[in-house]
Design a protein around this ligand. Structure first.
Ligand code: AMP
Length: 118
């Protein structure tokens, strides 16, 4: 799938839409999910144009991939969920029920998140 730069996260990155920023670095942005599923629900996205995890793994630089991985850990630390546990999940494609075609990791915690699949 080619990248569609009209998606909502691309618009946030361009400053066309607001977000509740949690953290940011050169390669990565973390912000609150607009419809939180748990007490803490943060989305971590690369600033580069990557559709999903497959696209990112294939094309992103080592520096971007390192920044992304570390930002997820940083978000867990600064939101206070690192010590109590949390879930990191990325939905990919149709069967994965991905709604926004820009790679994002959901970081969920602050309360029990329940079993992985119902
Ligand atoms: P997914 O189904 O994995 O693609 O998840 C997309 C997520 O983006 C959902 O959890 C939405 O609540 C969230 N979302 C959609 N629009 C916005 C927005 N403008 N700001 C923050 N989160 C959003």
């Amino acid at each position: 799938m080619s990248y569609d730069d009209s998606n909502v996260f691309a618009r946030i990155l361009r400053g066309e839409l607001p977000c509740k920023k949690v953290a940011e670095d050169e390669h990565t942005l973390a912000f609150e999910d607009i419809n939180p599923g748990r007490a803490v629900h943060v989305l971590v996205i690369p600033k580069g144009a990557y559709v999903d995890w497959l696209d990112f793994a294939a094309k992103a630089s080592a520096e971007e991939q390192t920044a992304f991985t570390r930002m997820i850990a940083h978000v867990a630390e600064i939101t206070g969920i690192a010590g109590t546990g949390f879930r990191v999940v990325s939905n990919i494609g149709e069967n994965g029920h991905q709604e926004v075609p820009h790679l994002h990791m959901h970081v969920l915690g602050g309360e029990p998140v329940g079993r992985m699949l119902s």
